[in-house]
Design a protein around this ligand. Structure first.
Ligand SMILES: CCCCCC/C=C/C(=O)SCCNC(=O)CCNC(=O)[C@H](O)C(C)(C)COP(=O)(O)OP(=O)(O)OC[C@H]1O[C@@H](n2cnc3c(N)ncnc32)[C@H](O)[C@@H]1OP(=O)(O)O
Length: 363
C-alpha cells in the first residue's frame, strides 16, 4: 500500500467511499470485510459493539475484522481505506492482466488457506503441526469458506490438508472446559456440528476431497458427502468413536451402511477398524487411490481438466444426484448431533478425552 506522508484527507476518504459505490466488479468477501473494518475504524474508531453470536456468521465476520484493527488510529484506517479502493479501481481498469499471487490467495482465514485458480477453489486445512485437528474456529472458517466458494465463479471446490495429515478430526481440546460449562458447551457444540455438516449436505457445486494423508473421525465420515474422494496411498481412514465414548456423525450412521453394507460399516463405526486407502476404495468411500509420490501432480492435472467442463451442467448433475436424499440427510444429521450432545456429557467420553490429553492413550 502506498502511503503519503500526510495521510489521506477527509476529502480523499469521502471520494474513495463514493468510488466504491461505482465499482462494477464485486471485490469478493475478504476485500469487502477489510473495507468494512477500515471504514468503521476511520469513522467510529476502535470496535465498540457487542460481539455477535457464533452462528450469526456474517455479522461475526464483520465484527471480527473490525475488532482485529484494535487501536489503529482513525487517520491510518482512513489512509488504508483509500489505498484499498484505489487498488481496486486500478485492477478493475486492467481486468485483462494476470492476477498476482497475493490476489489469488484470499486473506481473512487464520486456520485455512483458501485460493482460487483455474476454475478451482481450494480450501486447505492449515494446522499441520496439530495434524489439522479441527478447532471450533476451524469449523466456523470452513463454513464461511464453503459459503464463499458456493458463490464464487469457480467450477469445482476442493478440501485438502497441509502437511502429513488430511485431518486428525475433532480437536480434543475443544472439550477442555470446566464441569459447570459442560452442558452449555455440549448444546452449542451440537448446533455447530449440525450447521457444519449441513453446509456439506447443501453444497451446490462439485465438491472434491484431496486426502493427502491419514484421516480420523469427522474428516472420514464427512467424505461420503463429497462428490469425488481422491486419496494418496499413504492415507488411512479411522473412526475411533467408541474408543472416545462417542457416536458417529456427519450422517455416517446412514451413509456408511448404505455405502458398504451394515457389517462393514459396523467394523468401522462401532469397532473403530482403521482402513487403508485401498480398503476404503474397495468399500466405495474413496473414488481412486494414487501413489503418494505422484499424488499431487496426478490429482491436480485431473481436476484442472474437469474444471473446464461446462459449469452449469456439472452443478445441475450434482444436484440431481444429491437432491433425492437431502431432506433425509438433514434429519439424520440433527438426530446424530442430538445424540452426541448427550455423549459429550458422559463419563465415558470425558475419561477418553482426559486419557488422550494426559497422553495415556493414542490411537
Ligand atoms: C463442534 C464439535 C464437532 C465434533 C464432531 C465429532 C467429531 C469426532 C471426531 O473427529 S473423533 C476423532 C478425534 N480425533 C482423535 O481422537 C485423534 C487424536 N490424535 C491422535 O491420536 C494422534 O495425535 C494422531 C494419531 C492423530 C497422530 O499421532 P502422532 O503422529 O504421534 O502425532 P502427535 O500425537 O504427537 O500429534 C502432534 C500434535 O498434534 C496434536 N493433535 C493431533 N490430533 C489432535 C486432536 N484430534 N486433538 C487435539 N490435538 C491433536 C497432538 O496433541 C500433538 O500436539 P503437541 O505437539 O503435543 O502439542
Amino acid at each position: 500500500m502506498s502511503k503519503t506522508a500526510m495521510g489521506a484527507s477527509q476529502k480523499d476518504f469521502e471520494s474513495a467511499v463514493n468510488q466504491m459505490k461505482l465499482l462494477k466488479k464485486d471485490p469478493g468477501n475478504e476485500v469487502k470485510l477489510k473495507l468494512y473494518a477500515h471504514y468503521k475504524q476511520a469513522t467510529e474508531g476502535p470496535c465498540n459493539t457487542p460481539k455477535p453470536g457464533v452462528f450469526d456468521l456474517i455479522n461475526k465476520a464483520k465484527w471480527d475484522a473490525w475488532n482485529a484493527l484494535g487501536n489503529l488510529p482513525k487517520e491510518t484506517a482512513r489512509q488504508n481505506y483509500v489505498d484499498l479502493v484505489s487498488g481496486l479501481s486500478s485492477s478493475s481498469d486492467s481486468s485483462s492482466q494476470v492476477k498476482p499471487e497475493a490476489d489469488r490467495k484470499q486473506a481473512g482465514y487464520e486456520t485455512l488457506v483458501m485460493t482460487s485458480e483455474d476454475g478451482i477453489t481450494k480450501i486447505m486445512l492449515n494446522r499441520p503441526t496439530k495434524m489439522n485437528a479441527l478447532t471450533t474456529q476451524m469449523y466456523q472458517e470452513i463454513m464461511l469458506a464453503l459459503e464463499a466458494a458456493s458463490k464464487d465463479d469457480s467450477t469445482i471446490t476442493v478440501l485438502t490438508g497441509n502437511g502429513s495429515y488430511f485431518s486428525s478430526g475433532n480437536d480434543l481440546t475443544n472439550f477442555v472446559i470446566s464441569p459447570d460449562e459442560l452442558e452449555e458447551r455440549a448444546r452449542r457444540g451440537a448446533i455447530l456440528l449440525r450447521d457444519f455438516v449441513g453446509c456439506f449436505i447443501d453444497f451446490p457445486k462439485p465438491l472434491v476431497a484431496v486426502v493427502n494423508g491419514p484421516a480420523v473421525g469427522i474428516s472420514v465420515t464427512i467424505l461420503r458427502l463429497f462428490d469425488l474422494v481422491y486419496a494418496s496411498d499413504r492415507a488411512t481412514f479411522h473412526t475411533p468413536f467408541s474408543h472416545l465414548g462417542q457416536t458417529p456423525e456427519a450422517c455416517s450412521s446412514y451413509t456408511f451402511p448404505s455405502l458398504m453394507g451394515p457389517a462393514k460399516a459396523a467394523e468401522m463405526l462401532i469397532f473403530g477398524k482403521k482402513l487403508t486407502a485401498a480398503e476404503a476404495c474397495a468399500r466405495g468411500l474413496v473414488t481412486e487411490v494414487f501413489p503418494d509420490s505422484t499424488f499431487q501432480k496426478e490429482v491436480w492435472t485431473r481436476l484442472k481438466a474437469y474444471s473446464k467442463l461446462p459449469r452449469n451442467a456439472l452443478r445441475i448433475s450434482k444436484q440431481m444426484i444429491r437432491n433425492h436424499e437431502k431432506e433425509k440427510l438433514h434429519a439424520i444429521n440433527a438426530e446424530e448431533s442430538r445424540i452426541l450432545q448427550e455423549r459429550w456429557q458422559s463419563d465415558e467420553c470425558m475419561n477418553a478425552i482426559m486419557n488422550f490429553l494426559s497422553r495415556k492413550a493414542k490411537l
